[in-house]
Design a binder for this molecule. Sequence first.
Ligand code: GLN
Length: 547
Amino acid sequence: MSIKYIFITGGVVSSLGKGLTSASIGHLLECRGLRIAMLKLDPYLNVDPGTMNPFQHGEVYVTDDGAETDLDLGHYYRFTNTPLSKLSNTTSGQIYDTVIKKERRGDYLGKTVQVIPHVTDEIKARIRAAAEQEKETQVVLIEIGGTVGDIESLPFLEAIRQFRYERPKDCINIHLTYVPYLKAAGEVKTKPTQHSAQILREIGIMPDMILCRCEQPLSEEIKAKISLFCNVPLDAVVDEKDVAHTVYEVPVELHRQGLDEKICNMLGLKSGAADLSRWEKMLHSALHPKGKVKVGIVGKYMDHQDAYKSVFEALYHAAIAAGVSLEIRRFESDRIVENGSVEKAIGGCDGYLVPGGFGERGWEGKVLTAKYCRENGLPYFGLCLGMQVMIVEFARHVLGLENAHSTEVDPNTPDPVISMISEQKKIKELGGTMRLGSYPCVIKKGTLAERCYGKNLIRERHRHRYEFNNEYKTAFEEKGMVFSGTLERGVLCEISELADHPWMLGVQFHPEFKSKPLDVHPLFKDFIKTILLEKAPWPASPRLTTA
Ligand code: GLN
């Protein structure tokens, strides 16, 4: 049977949750036993989001093969088991980069190089590459970033029009739109949806299904109107109303309306009924928590909803697994220093997490957070920069190296406990210069890390330039720091933890990228579990208090 393709476009406004919807559809198809692949096409000209400010673009999601990708791939990872790699995210920047390189090489044999066919051909080649990534793929879901009507996304839409023209039986277009309720008029409005379907038709794309984002379920009358004006059968107008509690309800809601069955019928896909039992069990636990944990996250993009997306999700997965609800308190690290009192600024949480980050801003507030947790026996989880902060804090206040720092912030520090590995020192330009992607790590026996993972060889994903400086290793160990994870066949420190503390652990990698609600990351799981066990006060060890 030929591979089937589902193109997902968005209309009316951005931020409708196209990524979540695509991931949910992928999930439902997998629940029917189908093998899927997913691809996100992003219309911006950056080659990848790696160099974009998190305020602009939210989190950069990293795959095993080291691609810096759109955060929607995080949704794909959490909702499905599809393979994700650099083939799963393509930007206009990559497409143009390839086309221009080919032109310079003379691959176009003197032809005039144009958006159609050269750019569109390259887009189609990327879709085929995503489909061919695995032999058994049956369905490919292709999400097109942006909103129809944007100038940027036109080449992508033209490419999917052609793709379908070449495989009329194997493709469908699902258009996600917004159907607002106007309070003043007391009415639900279909006109924006009609207009965005019209734009698609002008480009030559007929939607097969309209998914309507809305606040309340749509009446049959409204659905009939959308059906008639948008030229789709009535049963192909599906509402996707706001879910009450968690995004993990979305697949269940869509399944309730028979979405997966409809898609399979349209594409002539034969499969069993969807088995959502594991997902529903997880959801039941998420919706019926018994107890609560309060975790403080100390970062520097706290006002941005999506800057630490995977971190929030991974904590939530662990809370669901522990059967409790999660309250996240967000702290801007800058303000901790301004405030003068750490206790006043961030006190009152059951545990703290310091996520990854770049640059100088916010460092000292994070150092104060690590100190506060170490001295008060409060669980501390440091991710990437969060581990580097934990190292610097320990160097300053336990080893007495008061000007210790990371060379990222202070290149002239007398004690560069975090610095670049020498071969990276020569690399000057930004973009693609980091330790990126999956690396194997050996876990030391008898450590907290071993307790969490339950094994001694793991693989985790990295995205950083700086490393622990092993010249200081012995000094740290003598004072109670345990280097519990080391790069396999290498010396780089990947995990550090405090021996005499309930849970103080930092990782040089990003475990948050590898947590799913149905496969919770072991470090997050143990962090939350320990918080629940350790709510009782803990006497600070004299050995670890400030030097
Ligand atoms: N800025 C630090 C580095 O480059 C940490 C990066 C991160 O937290 N992802 O090493």
